[in-house]
Design a protein around this ligand. Sequence first.
Ligand code: HEM
Length: 460
Amino acid sequence: MLPILGSLDVASLVPATYRASTSLVLQTVLLAAGLYIFGKLVTFIRWHRRTDKLFGNVPGPKERHWLFGSFRNMPEDGHDRMQVFVDWGNQYARAQGYLRLWGSFWRPVIVACHPTSMKKILKTAEPKPLGLTSGYRTLKAWLGDGLLISGGEKWARNRRLLTPAFHFDILKPYIHVYNDAAGIFVDKLNDFAARGEQFELFQHVKPWLASDIIFYNTALGKKYKRDCDYVHGVAEDIINTRKAALEKIGGVDKKKYLDFLDILLTAKDENGVGLSYMDIRNEVDTFLFEGHDTTASAISWILYSLAEHPEYQQKCQEEVDEVLQGRQDVEWSDLPKLEYLTQCIKEGMRLHAPVAIVGRETTKPFPIADIVCPPGTNVMINIWMLHHNVEVWGEDHMDFRPDRFTKEACAKMDPYQYVPFSGGPSFTFNLVPGHVVRRRLAAVMRAENGIMMTVERRKH
Ligand code: HEM
């Protein structure tokens, strides 16, 4: 109905034939919309029945809320949630190495949490899920189509171009960079030790911003957008400065070590085509995030476990003292000699799983146990649950036990039972008494209320 303006009936000014054809168009549009919605409904009901039949018998919790799926009765507290995951794994995945959860809108999620299921899914090149509720989608505004998020041919090509960045010969000269970074950290610890002050560990290991939830119409979403713009600006500054420097000297400085940005700027595929500016920025953002938040989470949680176990911390300190023989800087050749420290690092990454959950979405039929998942099935690769699988790690899986990673034990391990990466020696760390650390699952494993520490200079 058209509006009446004052006493003037505007509709009466429109010719009758025009009104009739408008109403016919409207009816046709409504009919088409109705048929479309009906078609969608029928498709949905059929899909729902098929899904029920196929996944209904895969072991998993019965709870199936239309919006929250299996997660409706999850505890609010992140720490308790992580325990629910462990319980689910041990209750439902024992027989087949998989369990089934329900996501929003009755979508099944297959959870891999045993070496057999991990092997099966990690050996595929299936892409990351980018559906509405996927964590990867949240990160897309920040990391674009970088390696972490992209899939298919784009991922394969860029992965090939960037592989040289991880060659040992490229990484070796970076030992000086690691020493410099460690020096800055140690200076901070010195200040805290001198003042006898408590501090929260994570923020000193991790200075970059990273919001968790992306709701662009909320204050948090807007902040996330502003943060993304800021980080993109930083990445662009870094790229532009290096690009200008390379142009000035007419190519990569052969005397200097080849770094990641040089590789990004100069890499060419078999057709002589390099990465676009946006590709380069996405990879810089991806590596700043992947290389930073993950490492910060790992270091924080490893130090937390060492502070909980002064006896292991002491053994690490003794080993470092012995290997370094009074030197401040670590050399590349020292690394294999730091065996006990390596055991503690590995055990810390098992126990705390800095990247706890990653995912894939199948593009081909994917057989698990006695069913074949259709393309489009969401597979949750739950590293946390794998690292706390009672069958694999024993009833004491929540205990920090570096002896799980002795050379002999590692030689006997299934390569898929421990997958944290999916494929001043002069301090004593102490936990602040009474401060209870609670886990919070974000893109990387965080602590809800921080990891509060004090640090004191060693007496000897
Ligand atoms: C303790 C430290 C680290 C942990 C626990 C960790 C963990 C992981 C995990 C679990 C994935 C798989 C993600 C997925 O499949 O969705 C991954 C991917 C990736 N990580 Fe790390 N990471 C760490 C350090 C680093 C560092 C230092 C860098 C680079 C400087 C880095 C760069 C990447 C990249 C580029 C990817 C995507 C690879 C691809 O899909 O091809 N990570 N990392």
